[in-house]
Design a protein around this ligand. Sequence first.
Ligand code: BGC
Length: 424
Amino acid sequence: MKRKLALLMMAAVMVGSLTACGGGSSDGGSTTDTTTSDTANKDKPLVWFNRQPSNSSTGELDMTALNFNEDTYYVGFDANQGAELQGTMVRDYIEANIDSIDRNGDGVIGYVLAIGDIGHNDSIARTRGVRSALGTGVEVDGNVNSDPIGTNTDGSASTVQDGTLEINGTTYTVRELASQEMKNSAGATWDAATAGNAIGTWSSSFGDQIDIVVSNNDGMGMSMFNAWSKDEGVPTFGYDANADAVAAIAEGYGGTISQHADVQAYLTLRVLRNALDGVDIDTGIGTADDAGNVLSDDVYVYNADERSYYALNVAVTAENYQDFTDSTKVYEPVSKQLDESSSPVKSVWLNIYNASDNFLSSTYQPLLEKYDDLLNLDVEYIGGDGQTESNITNRLGNPSQYDAFAINMVKTDNAASYTSILSQ
Ligand code: BGC
């Protein structure tokens, strides 16, 4: 923070003196550069995070974007492992509460599902994970169909099927009563307000059939919990382990999944730091750095072919939520300050696709802001509107001003909107 202020003040003084002596030419701005290298923008370190460059219809990774240059990486989390955990968490809850779960006693355990973004790999994986664990998934071309169903109160939908669970020798039917992509009219996905409205509509037409609420994330899950399920005592499950959701477990929120944002935020900036320092990419990751920062392999995996770091997920339920109440605490094994003599201050341009995304704004960005100090990175944070890439790319007008870039796309297909700017 202080560093940023000092730089801004320095920049203001320099601009002021240029103007005073009439030297304010159109490229005068370069005088205020914080960069220390002459590296071309196309060769600067680049990290994609949270939204993996990929085809939003097929999920196929965009290897051109992931190999943009030799210092390009993706940082996210293991979507399949997390999705399986979420599905298992819901199924375990049903099994443990089978005597009281069927609220209207109709013999069908009904759930509704809030879907974040039908073209986002993480969202797709979570929908599949829940359907697989509950037996409601229908396979298409070897994968569980992840499309929303609208409503299915009579069990006639073909996108999902009625599942069965064997519990203590009895067979129970599980039904996905409704699911919907929570996208608002302006186009923003993972939209919490839309989920709050949806539960209002669903509960007023078939509320007594809803025994469980499941959401692809906590933002939407908490919106539904606060709007309806908390008062009704209906367990609601999300994903992200945002602080408000973890706290709500004490009030009946069923559970959530930590995607280890504390590890992801570190990795996001750490890969840039390592590339800028010209050290082995594993420094401070799988191999301890001079300050002693190191991650153990139970919290992340690196897939070299995919150029991707994936943090591992942990289920957060009534049993262990006390350990997760502070979602913005830096991960202790990687919390040591780097020495400025070997890792001098560098400037990074970083964007968040939607400044109002619950997870990114309440959990991820606060963590990034803590790690940027520890890693001596002066990060400029840009918040998008969640709808259009240009709202963000317009604010990458002068990439030469930065040493490295961290990008969170609006749509996973759109990597070229950014790389084309860096290639100019
Ligand atoms: C999070 C969501 C978030 C999304 C944004 C996901 O990993 O779980 O909460 O909205 O990222 O891309």
